[in-house]
Write a protein that binds this ligand. Structure first.
Ligand SMILES: N[C@@H](CCC[C@H](N)C(=O)O)C(=O)O
Length: 269
């Protein structure tokens, strides 16, 4: 079966997007995701995204990390599918229903409410998620929360000085996080600006992480470190994040279509 794809990115966090809204795809296995995501032998991406029909939203977005695992949420991909859809839409994800709307800058997304409940994230045991009594080397007292998917946020003096490639995988796979976790190191620059680097669960260091930017802003607001409207600077560029009066986190930022192509499904099974 010949399948068309669109290669896209949000601030350098890149995706292979398959549109199965009108034409179903064969079952996607972990091996197929890994093979398509491979940067040497496949098409190459951080996440594989599948758009599908939905009964609860205008369409569904399924998200697979490059390691083959299916996950709940992806902020940068939400902006990418908004661009492909072309108009305001409700998107059904495993992390909940989100609203997307293309705009001049790319897209605006209502990512829903952050969840600080330890068993929703989930953590292995009850802990104060706003000030966790845990440390990994110099990284200590993090905030843990869910924004569809699980995140841990460390506020540090200089996020660029953290060896995230070394410590990120240790934290991601610590038994404290039964479903593993996305690891954010953040430096608060002012009441309206945060610098952020992210070690993504199942994908490693990425140029940007939309849910990471939302989770970090929600954590910084909860700690009283920033105002409710923040610019988050990531290696790939900036996102605008805002918490509305009802607690929902809104994200605005670019989404880019890189190229289109097609492949033989059988070659990646
Ligand atoms: N790049 C994404 C997040 C993708 C999923 C994440 N790695 C997870 O495992 O939860 C984003 O922009 O939010």
């Amino acid at each position: 079966m010949r399948v068309s794809f669109t290669k896209m990115h949000g601030l350098g966090n890149d995706f292979v997007v398959l549109d199965a809204r009108d034409r179903p795809l064969p079952d996607l296995t972990e091996e197929t995701v890994k093979a398509l995501s491979d940067r040497h032998t496949g098409i190459g991406c951080d996440q594989l995204i599948v758009m599908q029909p939905s009964t609860t939203g205008d369409f569904a977005m399924r998200i697979y990390n490059r390691d083959g695992g299916e996950v709940e949420s992806c902020g940068n991909a939400a902006r990418a599918v908004a661009l492909l859809h072309g108009s305001k839409a409700s998107v059904d994800t495993r992390g909940g229903l989100i609203m997307v709307e293309p705009d001049d800058a790319g897209a605006r997304v209502d990512m829903g409410k952050p969840n600080f409940a330890w068993n929703a994230i989930p953590l292995q045991m009850p802990l104060d998620t706003l000030d966790m009594p845990v440390a990994w080397d110099e990284l200590e007292h993090p905030v843990a929360l869910g924004i569809g998917n699980p995140h841990i946020v460390f506020f540090v003096e200089d996020c660029h000085g953290v060896d995230l490639a070394r410590i990120g995988p240790q934290i991601e796979r610590d038994p404290l996080f039964p479903e593993r976790i996305n690891v954010n190191v953040a430096t608060v620059k002012s009441r309206t600006a945060i610098d952020l680097r992210v070690w993504e669960r199942g994908a490693g260091l990425t140029r940007a992480c939309g849910t990471g930017a939302c989770a970090t802003t929600a954590a910084a607001i909860a700690r009283g470190l920033v105002d409710r409207k923040v610019t988050v600077g990531l290696p790939g560029g900036s996102l605008q994040i805002e918490q509305a009066d009802d607690g929902h986190i809104w994200m605005s930022g670019p989404a880019t279509r890189s190229f289109e192509g097609s492949f033989e499904w059988d070659d990646f099974e």
